[in-house]
Design a protein around this ligand. Structure first.
Ligand SMILES: Nc1ncnc2c1ncn2[C@@H]1O[C@H](COP(=O)(O)OP(=O)(O)OP(=O)(O)O)[C@@H](O)[C@H]1O
Length: 659
């Protein structure tokens, strides 16, 4: 089975890589910057603000909005960890440029880490009038998956590891559901959280299914404490830096610092987590002191060599440098290995789990980890999940705990034209295991601590079999309960629709001259309605920071930012993907699609819509054409409209009053 699975994923990943490279190259070459921005693949009108030295042979290039054009960055799909190219906005595409990785981004500044070798290129960007940043393909991540899958294929016979046997469907899984007398550290856990923890403690493999706001991270933190208490060494992984940094931040509050180690380039970590970074720790404190001393000795010797006159003396000193360098490497490796071996919990991305520093430790020990936890498994490609399993095959991992929600956004892939590849890659490990073993090891967290019951209800009914409950503290809260908020029709309703089916909010393509399929969509009058509702909320004493606006199209997000931020710069506006894992007191959702053909595009993706409608705590305000949705032939949308007609306050806006 390992050969069949490995080979089939290898083919799919190789195909996906070719598509990714082809699509990105084609888009970058053929489309003007304005359209790349519309697709979220580029940021335009940047000014180079600073080039500074960072850690580990990296330079940080800081880019802000070019004040001659704009005051805020439209970041689109550009996220931390993305590989990007910075070049002048106009002029030759193959002119001066530098390539790096996004390490920080906000509406005011984007920072990329580049290799020192590109310093001159970076500095010459100061001369360009205005700059743009383009998202390119990161081939390193593909290579790592491919080499993992090859190793999976190479395992002869049935792997001797029981966890792997379950994953490969080569052992029968009989779940144990004994009542344990676990002494929970956190007294507030609810019964579904306690059950999920007990299940994971007594089974080799488990899934913690955490719908929005149900305390998945909360549960994982308690579980990790329990595992540490039982003497386990735990490897915690996730698909992105932010996914694992969120857990690390919470773990750091309850586990003593020296037990936690974060693998990964410090430039990509949350600042709060730097105290746990392997790289930072290995260069600081007592451990780093010896290394620093040797480095200084090397520098001093080199300085001396330059002054020596005789060849013989110089030769002798260079030999000394060589010996010192060898010692430095050995010391560095020892410091790193000691830190790893003394940590109880190691946190890294799925890709980072194959880091050389970790794998090198197997020359000192046969067993590094007992348990592997993969968070956000539903956003991870299955080949990514195999990276820690294969890299730490020697550890003979005793337990695998997966956490995620297969009803929220799946991993994003580029392949469009090959259904087999699409199916193979968007079926996550979570989905595949549920298909093989049914619900036998899936533990649903059933109480959410975010949303008013009315906001939760449709999502619960459609996506979670009606099993979700709202915790008492949030079940009835509305905007009107916020301190200082006025009590009126704009703050009391948990569910509100501005139904635009009267026809005065037509959608349009981002650019009339654009080739259809590549075009993003926008809806100007919906944007004005969103602004109108923001105005109503602010006038009811709701703070700008409490308000979020979501639109499924980048072009609409850009338009909304221009319009709303001119008056209310602190209102957060993003696509659905940008809001995954986040929450706001009120979310205004601009659906954009409004046409006589009842075409709904992205809206047909119920997982994307599920994420959008479960971000608000106290009010969901939808702006959209109910008729377009109802007649789209997409059952989920049809049911949502019918349900909303019965359960929301519906307004039929008079555009003449708004515009
Ligand atoms: N048992 C509990 N009692 C009280 N509050 C809780 C409990 N469990 C979780 N919470 C609260 O619920 C909120 C959501 O928890 P957490 O961030 O762990 O959820 P999540 O499922 O990881 O979130 P997301 O939906 O963003 O993935 C947090 O404010 C957390 O403190």
């Amino acid at each position: 089975m390992n050969k069949v699975l490995g080979q089939s994923f290898l083919e799919s990943i190789t195909y996906e890589q070719s598509q990714d490279v082809e699509i990105t190259t084609q888009l970058l070459q053929s489309l003007p910057i304005s359209q790349l921005v519309g697709k979220g693949l580029a940021i335009n009108h940047l000014a180079l603000q600073n080039v500074r030295t960072g850690l580990a042979g990296k330079l940080y290039v800081e880019l802000g909005p070019d004040a001659a054009f704009t005051h805020e960055l439209i970041r689109g799909e550009v996220r931390n960890g993305d590989l990007v190219l910075v070049r002048p906005s106009s002029g030759k595409k193959d002119g001066i440029s530098c390539e790096g990785v996004v390490t920080k981004s906000s509406d005011k500044m984007i920072t990329i880490a580049i290799d020192e070798a590109q310093e001159n290129n970076a500095l010459s960007l100061y001369n360009a009038t205005t700059l743009c940043l383009l998202k390119t393909t990161n081939t390193i991540t593909y290579k790592r998956m491919q080499s993992t899958l090859r190793k999976l294929c190479e395992i002869e016979g049935t792997p001797n590891n029981e966890v792997m046997q379950y994953l490969l469907n080569e052992a029968k899984f009989i779940p144990r559901k004994d009542k344990l007398d676990t002494k929970f550290f956190d007294a507030n856990l609810n019964s579904s959280q306690k059950d999920a923890i007990d299940f994971s403690l007594q089974n080799k493999i488990s899934i913690i299914h955490g719908p929005p706001g149900t305390g998945k991270t909360h549960t994982l933190v308690e579980l990790i404490r329990q595992l540490c208490d039982q003497g386990h060494r735990v490897l915690v992984c996730g698909p992105s830096n932010i996914s694992v940094d969120t857990i690390l931040e919470r773990l750091a509050k309850v586990l003593p610092g020296q037990n936690l180690l974060r693998i990964g380039h410090p430039a990509r970590l949350l600042e709060k987590n730097l105290a746990h970074s392997l790289e930072v720790l290995s260069k600081s404190g007592d451990a780093g002191a010896i290394v620093r001393d040797i480095s200084k000795e090397i520098d001093d010797t080199i300085a001396k060599v330059k002054k020596l006159k005789s060849y013989k003396d110089r030769k002798a000193s260079w030999n000394e440098v060589k010996i010192l360098r060898k010692e430095l490497r050995a010391r560095e490796q020892k410091v790193v290995t000691d830190l790893i071996l003394s940590a109880r919990v190691i946190v890294s991305t799925l890709h980072g789990s194959s880091a050389r520093e970790l794998v090198n430790c197997y020359s000192h020990t046969d067993h590094l980890f007992d348990t592997l936890i993969i968070d956000e498994v539903s956003q991870s490609l299955e080949p990514q999940c195999w990276i820690p399993l294969i890299s730490h095959y020697k550890s003979n991992m005793q337990k695998l705990i997966l956490a995620g929600d297969n009803k929220q956004l799946p991993p994003t892939i580029k392949t469009e034209n090959n259904d087999a590849v699409k199916r193979a890659l968007t079926t996550t490990l979570f989905d595949r295991l549920v298909k093989v073993y049914g619900d036998s090891f899936r533990n649903l967290l059933d109480t959410q601590y975010r949303m008013n019951t009315m906001i939760m209800a449709f999502s619960s009914q459609e996506m979670y079999g009606g099993k979700l409950k709202a915790a008492d503290a949030v079940a009835n809260w509305t905007l009107a309960d916020l301190p200082a908020a006025d009590i009126n029709e704009n703050t009391e309703a948990p569910l509100l629709w501005y139904d635009t089916q009267a026809g005065d909010c037509p959608e349009r393509d981002e650019d009339f001259t654009d080739a259809g399929a590549l075009s993003s969509k926008l809806n100007e009058n919906e944007a004005y309605l969103a602004l109108h509702h923001v105005f109503n909320l602010i006038n009811s004493n709701i703070s700008q920071e409490s308000i979020g606006i979501i639109a499924p199209y980048n072009a609409q997000v850009s338009l909304l930012k221009k319009l709303v931020h001119a008056q209310y710069p602190l209102v957060e506006i993003s696509t659905v993907d940008g809001f995954q894992g986040r929450e706001k007191d009120v979310i205004i959702l601009s659906l954009v699609r409004s046409n006589d053909n009842f075409e709904v595009g992205f809206l047909a993706d119920e997982r994307r819509l599920n994420v959008a409608m479960t971000r608000p705590k106290r009010q969901l305000c939808v702006i959209g054409n109910m008729e377009t949705l109802e007649r789209s032939k997409v059952k989920f949308l049809e049911r949502w409209v019918r349900w909303s007609e019965d359960n929301s306050e519906i307004r039929y806006p008079d555009l003449s009053e708004v515009l």
